[in-house]
Design a protein around this ligand. Structure first.
Ligand code: ADP
Length: 551
């Protein structure tokens, strides 16, 4: 812009100079022509007067600087001070002569063949009809210009330098306020140029629009980040060349990778074959899945291509940690197999004994014994089915069970009463002590927990032994302790006794009617109440299980 203003100023300067020169020359020329004509007219009037009084003698005695011609009425040249009149052609057709003959005076101007000279003619008619003509020489404009080329070039050069300096300062002066405009706050540039006001208003509006769009984008970005960062799944967005456009921390955690560099290929995060295959397939526009093993976890990889204008423009990869799901499936499979096995054993004995009785192979005195066995086996079945029902209810989260204020000491006493006959049969002494402490819980489930623990404390005890329940308050909750003086649990089994159907001594447990589900139910029920279960046991001395309920 500065250059353009500079060039324009310079052009204006040159044009003004040329126009001034042309006008000046024209006016000067007009002035000199006018003066020459007036001089010639005055001289012609004097010569005419002289000729009228003295005739040819006057002319011959005259020393004139201009050319003087005397022409007769018919155009014949009577006298010429610069040429031989006799040899001169008839002048009757000359413009100035004709004009003078018609009126009293005539003027004409004629350029020489080279255009370098101009002749001004003034003719004056005498009384007798003859005409005196005076001719004066004058340089033409072209000649005048040519003669002034040198000084004019000098003036032009000075003008150019002067104009260039002025133009530079002028253009800088015009541009400076524009350059100093504060486009961030266009409305604060008042008084710069009125012509810029609409532009500044527009810039302010556009600034506002850009700001609101940036804000909108920032919010969208925040929403997107909040969404992707708070999901446990891994998320990767790729372009059509497999470069990572976006990712969440979950993806890096699951893949055990470092944050990728800008525009890095997704394969820098994982180079395993299954990952490569999924990436290459999805970038060919095919939806696909894969499975990866990372850091001991099972990952499922879901890949969906992103299409734009019918062409694959990228892909979305979602990584799911399916370890728990797979373990759960595995557990369910094992549970089903175990349940079938546990149900089959008593059913087989019941069926076997019933078959022998049906075939009449049992003596009358043995029938009672057989019936007692069948009763025992069916009781086992009932316990097993009850435990399975409890467990599956807890697996479902106990949503249908309502939480209430529960007095744990009262509940322990109820359990004590329920188990008193069993304890009596086993010769185990029962004791419940402690304070009245309440928690918010599902009464039937908490009772089941204490029942299972106290039942174990009796079952895995020795005759004359002791089983005790204590309820006590702790700074952060309530603790129920169930202890016994029984056989104890070996250290290597202490972590596994909470697994479903796990028993330390299978045959002993079965013998005393255990299902192998009691502690699993305790563990699930504790989770439902956000309670902690701690087990301490010394083989041969006894076991203590602590249930820590939060307040
Ligand atoms: P079960 O119905 O067989 O008792 P549990 O899940 O209640 O099943 O217990 C699992 C296993 O843990 C039992 O078979 C037993 O071997 C062991 N166990 C549980 N409680 C005690 C305890 N108080 N003393 C000794 N062993 C125990």
């Amino acid at each position: 812009m500065t250059k353009k203003i500079f060039r324009n100023c310079l052009a204006v300067g040159i044009w003004v100079f040329l126009l001034s020169v042309a006008l000046f020359m024209g006016m000067l020329y007009q002035y000199f022509t006018g003066r020459l004509t007036t001089e010639l007219e005055n001289e012609a009037a004097l010569v005419a007067q002289g000729v009228e009084t003295m005739g040819m003698d006057y002319l011959e005695g005259l020393r004139a600087s201009n050319r003087i011609t005397w022409v007769d009425q018919d155009g014949t040249v009577l006298y010429d001070n610069t040429a031989d009149a006799a040899t001169m052609e008839n002048h009757g057709d000359r413009e100035e002569i004709r004009e003078a003959m018609l009126g009293s005076q005539g003027t004409a101007r004629r350029e020489s063949a080279t255009l370098s000279q101009r002749t001004v003619y003034v003719a004056q008619r005498l009384e007798d009809g003859t005409v005196i003509r005076l001719a004066g020489q004058q340089h033409t404009v072209v000649r005048l210009l040519l003669s002034m080329v040198q000084p004019m070039l000098l003036i032009l050069a000075v003008t150019l330098v002067f104009t260039a300096v002025l133009s530079t300062r002028l253009s800088r002066g015009i541009i400076r306020p524009v350059l100093e405009l504060d486009l961030e706050h266009p409305e604060e540039n008042g008084g710069v140029y009125d012509e810029l006001s609409p532009l500044l208003t527009r810039i302010r509006r556009q600034n506002d629009t850009i700001q609101s769009q940036i804000e909108l984008l920032r919010r969208r970005r925040q929403e997107f980040t909040a969404l992707t960062e708070n999901m446990s799944e891994g998320f990767l967005l790729l372009d059509q060349k497999g470069r990572v456009l976006s990712y969440n921390t979950g993806a890096l955690k699951l893949l055990g990778a470092q944050p990728p560099a800008e525009e890095a290929n997704v394969l820098t995060l994982d180079r395993s074959d299954p990952f490569r295959q999924v990436v290459s397939q999805v970038l060919e526009g095919r939806r696909c899945q894969g499975r990866l093993e990372r850091n001991g976890r099972s990952l499922q990889l879901l890949a969906d291509p992103v299409f734009r204008d019918d062409a694959c423009a990228g892909a979305v990869l979602v990584l799911l940690d399916v370890t728990e799901k797979e373990q759960g499936e595995q557990m369910r499979r094992e549970f089903t197999a175990n349940v079938s096995h546990e149900l089959k054993t008593p059913l087989t004995s019941i069926s076997g004994m019933a078959e022998i009785m049906k075939d009449g192979l049992v003596r009358a005195e043995d029938i009672q014994g057989f019936a007692a066995d069948i009763y025992k086996e069916s009781q086992r079945l009932i316990h097993l089915v009850e435990d399975i029902i409890h467990l599956s209810r807890l697996d479902e989260g106990g949503a249908d069970l309502e939480k209430k204020e529960v007095d744990l000491l009262e509940l322990a006493r109820t359990v004590q009463e329920r188990l008193r006959p069993t304890a009596g049969q086993s010769g185990v002494e029962l004791e419940v002590s402690g304070e009245h402490q309440t928690i918010s819980g599902i009464p039937s489930v908490v009772e089941e927990m204490i029942y299972n623990l106290l039942d174990n404390a009796i079952k895995y005890n020795r005759p004359g032994g002791k089983a005790a329940v204590t309820v006590s308050g702790a700074p952060d909750g309530v603790v129920v302790t169930v202890s016994d003086t029984g056989i104890g649990i070996p250290l290597e089994d202490q972590n596994r006794v909470f697994e479903r159907f796990y028993r330390v001594d299978k045959s002993h447990s079965k013998e005393i009617g255990g299902t192998g589900l009691g502690l699993s139910i305790v563990k699930h029920a504790a989770a439902l109440h956000n309670a902690q279960v701690e087990l301490n046991s010394t083989p041969g001395q006894g076991t203590t299980v602590r249930l820590c309920f939060p307040k």
